[in-house]
Write a protein that binds this ligand. Structure first.
Ligand code: WTA
Length: 657
C-alpha cells in the first residue's frame, strides 16, 4: 500500500500544522494549581477539560457519578461522542494532509506514511466492511494482528461503528487466543496472513485457525495482507479483508456513542489462572489518554512520537494510537525488535524519522545497554526531547544510561507507572517536575486528579514520608476500568474489596523523604517478564496440563535483562520415570503452546515436595528466596508441615543453577 506519496518524497505537510487543542496552555508553574483543583473540585476540573478537549455530538449533563466503595464509575453521562470522530474527522476538517501515522516496518528504511485523510478513508472502508459483514454496535471484535496501518484502522473502525475491540497480542498461542475469544463470545476475528518480526515470518492465520476451530461463536475471520503468503481459507468463514473492502465507500458516519458505552476490552493477568477482560468506556478513556499523552511527554503537534509497544498491550492502545491521534499528532507504529538488525535500531530510527519522544520498556534498555554505547552514539539523536519508559521498575543503571548516553543529559526521562486497569498514566515525573531532573528509578509524582496513598496490610493509611506500603488510589479518575467483562464480582473483589474505599493496584511503593514515589513491584502473584504481566497461576495451570505433573508452583526471580525471570517448581506424579530433562523440555513447550513463548519458564526444578504450611498453603516467600539465591534469608521455616523439604529443594537448586 502506498500512502501519502508527498511525504515519501520528503514534502512533509508541516507548514499546515496547527494545534487543535483549544484549552489554556499549561505552564509548569501552573501545575500545582491544576493538581490542587483536580483533587478539590474534580467536577469542575474534569468537566472543563472534557468540554474543551473532546468533540461532543451531544453535551454531557453530569460530570461524574462514582463510588470507589462500590466499584461504580460513570463519567460525562448524558453526552454522546465517538472516538474515531475525535481522532480523525476533527483533524481532517482542518488539516487533512497532516501526517497521522508512520508505520516503521520490520526492515529499516521501509516505513510507510499515512495522513489523517488517508487514515480516515481507510478506517471508514473497514468500518463499512464490518457493517456489511453484520457487525453491530456493542459486538465484540477480536483482533489478532501485529502493529500495522491496517491494525490501527481496524481498531478505529470498531470505535467508529461502536463495536468493542479486544486486541489479543499476536504473540499469544492458539489456546490463549481461543480462551480470549470464547470469554468474549466474539463472532468476528480479524487477523493478518503472516507477521514479520526480526526478519522472520510468523504464521498468524495458522494460529487463528487452530484457535477458532474450537470456538463455535466465531462466524467470520477477516484476513489482512502483510506478506501475501498463501494461507488456508475456510469457505464461508474466512475472507480477505482487502477484497471485502474493494467496493466499500470511504465515508461512514461515526456512531454517536454514550459516554459510558464500552470502548474496548483488553485481557490482562491477575493472580488467578484466568485472564481478565478489562473493559474501558468511551469518554473517560478518551479524555484521560489524550491528556496524559500531551502533558507527560510534553507532546506538541508536529512532534514525531514513537511508542514502540505492541498494540496488543494497553501502552500500545493509549500511546501508539489513541493518545497521539486525539491530540492531532503523529505517531510511529513499530513492527520490529530493538535488536533488529542490530542494537542500534531504535536510534537509527530516531535519526531517520526525526523522532522527538520515544517510549519503551526497561527490559529493552537493559539489553541495549549491554550492547554498548557505540550503537547509540553513531546516530543523531538531537531531535529527542522526552525519553519515556513503562512496564516494570527501571533500575538505576538503566535510568542513568538512558539519561546520559541516549539523552545526552538534555532530555527528560519519564518513568511512567500505570496499568491496563487504570487506562492511563498515573504517576510520572511530568508535568509536576518538568523543571527539575527526575530521580533515577522514580516515577515521581501523581498526574492530575490522582491521589495515591500507601496502606498497611490492615488497610490503615501510612502517612508521612520515607515509608513503604501497598499502593492504592483514593479517588476516581475518568479512565479507570469499568468492569471485568462478564465478571463484575471479580472486578469488585480484585480491586475494591480488600481496602474498602480505595482502588487497590496490586503494587507496592516507597514514598521518599520528598514525597516522590518509587514502585517496588507486585505484591500479588503476578510477575513481570520483559514488561509482560503474567499471573503465576496461569503458568501453573498450563504446567498442570501435563499428565505427569502432580503440582507446580511458579515464582518470579530477579533477572538482569528481563527484570524478572520465571522459575517453576514441579512435583511429578508417583511412578513417573521419564528423563527429567525431557520432561522439562516438554513443559517449556507446553507453556509456549498454552500461553505464548514469552511465558516460558527460564528454570524448572523438579522436586519431590513444596514448602507448605500445615494448612496446605504453599509458602511462596521461601520459593522466591531460593530462586533469587537468597538462601541465607529464608526466615522462619518452622511453621512448615515438613521443613526438610526446603533442604531437598536447596540441594537440587544449587546443583541445577
Ligand atoms: C508494572 C502497563 C514499575 C506494575 C502500562 C503494574 C511498573 C504493571 C511501571 C501493569 C513502572 C508498570 N515502574 N512498575 N514505571 N509501569 N509497572 O497492565 O507492576 O501491562 O502493576 O500495564 O506493570 O502492567 P500492565
Amino acid at each position: 500500500m502506498a500512502f501519502c506519496s508527498a511525504l515519501l518524497n520528503g514534502r512533509f505537510c508541516s507548514s499546515r500544522l496547527s494545534p487543535l487543542i483549544s484549552e489554556r496552555s499549561l505552564a509548569t508553574s501552573h501545575h500545582a494549581a491544576w493538581y490542587k483543583e483536580s483533587l478539590e473540585h474534580p467536577e469542575e476540573f474534569w468537566g472543563r477539560l472534557a468540554r474543551e478537549r473532546l468533540r461532543w455530538m451531544k453535551p454531557f449533563t453530569n460530570v461524574m457519578d462514582c463510588s470507589l466503595k462500590d466499584g461504580h464509575f460513570r463519567w460525562f453521562e448524558g453526552g454522546k461522542l465517538n472516538m474515531s470522530d475525535n481522532c480523525l474527522d476533527r483533524i481532517v476538517e482542518k488539516d487533512p494532509d497532516r501526517l497521522a501515522l508512520i508505520w516503521e516496518k520490520d526492515e529499516p528504511g521501509q516505513q510507510e506514511y499515512i495522513t489523517y485523510q488517508e487514515l480516515k478513508n481507510l478506517t471508514c472502508r473497514v468500518a463499512n466492511t464490518l457493517k456489511s459483514q453484520g457487525v453491530k454496535k456493542g459486538d465484540v471484535v477480536a483482533i489478532y494482528m501485529p502493529v500495522s496501518l491496517e491494525a490501527a484502522a481496524v481498531m478505529l473502525a470498531c470505535t467508529r461503528i461502536g463495536a468493542v475491540h479486544s486486541v489479543v497480542f499476536a504473540g499469544f498461542s492458539p489456546t490463549a487466543l481461543k480462551n480470549r475469544i470464547l470469554d468474549a463470545s466474539a463472532e468476528t476475528v480479524i487477523t493478518t496472513d503472516e507477521g514479520v518480526r526480526g526478519g522472520k515470518t510468523i504464521p498468524l492465520k495458522q494460529t487463528v485457525d487452530a484457535a477458532v476451530s474450537d470456538c463455535p461463536c466465531v462466524k467470520r475471520v477477516l484476513v489482512a495482507t502483510r506478506t501475501g503468503a498463501d494461507v488456508a481459507m475456510k469457505d464461508g468463514r474466512d475472507y480477505k479483508l482487502d477484497e471485502l473492502m474493494k467496493g466499500e465507500s470511504p465515508e461512514c458516519p461515526p456512531e454517536p456513542m454514550d459516554s459510558e458505552d464500552p470502548l474496548f476490552m483488553l485481557y490482562t493477568s491477575g493472580s488467578t489462572g484466568k485472564p481478565k477482560g478489562i473493559l474501558h468506556a468511551h469518554a473517560g478513556y478518551m479524555l484521560y489518554s489524550g491528556l496524559t499523552q500531551q502533558y507527560v511527554f510534553d507532546y506538541k503537534v508536529g512532534d514525531i512520537f514513537a511508542c514502540v509497544a505492541d498494540i496488543g498491550w494497553i501502552t500500545g492502545h493509549s500511546h501508539a494510537l489513541y493518545g497521539p491521534l486525539i491530540n492531532g499528532g503523529t505517531s510511529v507504529l513499530f513492527e520490529s525488535l530493538p535488536i533488529y538488525p542490530d542494537p542500534g535500531r531504535y536510534w537509527e530510527m530516531v535519526q531517520r524519522l526525526k523522532v522527538t519522544q520515544i517510549y519503551l520498556a526497561p527490559t529493552s534498555l537493559r539489553l541495549l545497554l549491554k550492547a554498548g554505547d557505540s550503537y547509540v552514539k553513531k546516530y543523531d539523536r538531537s531531535t529527542l526531547r522526552t525519553l519515556g519508559c513503562v512496564g516494570e521498575p527501571l533500575n538505576d543503571e538503566a535510568w542513568r544510561w538512558y539519561h546520559k548516553v541516549v539523552g545526552e543529559e538534555r532530555c527528560t526521562v519519564v518513568d511512567t507507572w500505570w496499568q491496563t486497569e487504570t487506562g492511563g498514566i498515573m504517576i510520572a515525573p511530568r508535568p509536576s517536575s518538568s523543571d527539575s531532573t527526575p530521580k533515577a528509578g522514580y516515577p515521581m509524582s501523581p498526574f492530575f486528579g490522582i491521589d495515591p496513598v500507601l496502606l498497611d496490610n490492615n488497610g490503615k493509611e501510612i502517612t508521612g514520608n520515607d515509608v513503604s506500603g501497598n499502593l492504592c488510589i483514593r479517588n476516581p479518575w475518568p479512565s479507570i476500568a469499568r468492569t471485568i467483562y462478564g465478571d463484575h464480582e471479580k472486578f469488585l473483589n480484585t480491586y475494591f474489596t480488600n481496602y474498602p474505599g480505595y482502588y487497590f493496584t496490586g503494587d507496592g511503593a516507597y514514598r521518599d523523604k520528598d514525597g516522590h514515589y518509587k514502585i517496588t513491584g507486585r505484591i500479588d502473584d503476578v510477575i513481570n517478564v520483559k514488561g509482560h504481566r503474567i499471573g503465576t497461576a496461569e503458568i501453573e495451570s498450563a504446567l498442570d496440563h501435563d499428565s505427569r505433573v502432580a503440582e507446580s508452583a511458579v515464582v518470579g526471580y530477579p533477572h538482569e535483562i528481563f527484570g524478572e525471570g520465571i522459575y517453576a517448581y514441579v512435583i511429578l506424579k508417583d511412578g513417573v520415570t521419564d528423563n527429567e530433562d525431557d520432561i522439562k523440555k516438554d513443559l517449556v513447550q507446553l507453556v509456549k503452546s498454552q500461553i505464548g513463548s514469552f511465558a516460558a519458564p527460564q528454570f524448572i526444578l523438579i522436586t519431590p515436595g513444596l514448602p507448605k504450611t500445615r494448612s496446605g498453603k504453599i509458602m511462596r516467600r521461601i520459593l522466591r528466596k531460593i530462586s533469587a539465591n537468597e538462601t541465607e534469608e529464608l526466615g522462619d521455616i518452622t511453621t512448615l508441615a515438613d521443613p526438610s523439604v526446603v533442604e531437598t529443594i536447596l540441594t537440587k537448586h544449587d546443583s541445577t543453577t
